[in-house]
Design a protein around this ligand. Structure first.
Ligand code: MN
Length: 130
């Protein structure tokens, strides 16, 4: 069974590009343009991994991961931040907020699928080691 990825990104072009790349690699991809909808989708669709943009209108990525961590339905789902390369402090802040890691934007289409796979594998390893 292929892993299900929830992609929360407000920029339509970035989102479609990333979704296309992940689908081509065999992933099932759910898309959301807002944190509000994305948090709802995470609770009802049990994704294996969430890719969460930090800079979103309304609820931002930090508030969204707080909600995901506080909901028992989503607390165990690894969440990887999507951060703009220029935002140097974002990566450290993302770790502190509970993100499993981060992927810098613009997303490298040649490495995205492998980056996602690496996060899925490291998560499975952590679960097995517990
Ligand atoms: Mn954004």
């Amino acid at each position: 069974m292929s892993a299900r990825i929830l992609l929360i990104e407000d920029n339509a072009l970035n989102r479609e590009l990333a979704a296309d790349v992940l689908r081509a690699a065999g992933y099932e991809v759910l898309e959301s343009a807002s944190a509000e909808e994305g948090v709802r989708l995470a609770a009802t669709n049990a994704p294996d991994l969430v890719l969460l943009d930090i800079r979103l209108p309304g609820m931002d990525g930090f508030e969204a991961i707080g909600r995901l961590r506080n909901d028992p339905r989503t607390a165990g789902i690894p969440v990887v931040a999507l951060t703009a390369q220029a935002m140097k402090g974002d990566a450290e802040a993302a770790r502190a907020a509970g993100f499993a890691g981060y992927i810098t934007k613009p997303v490298n289409t040649r490495s995205l699928a492998a980056d996602v796979a690496a996060h899925l594998v490291s998560e499975q390893r952590e679960v097995r080691d517990e």
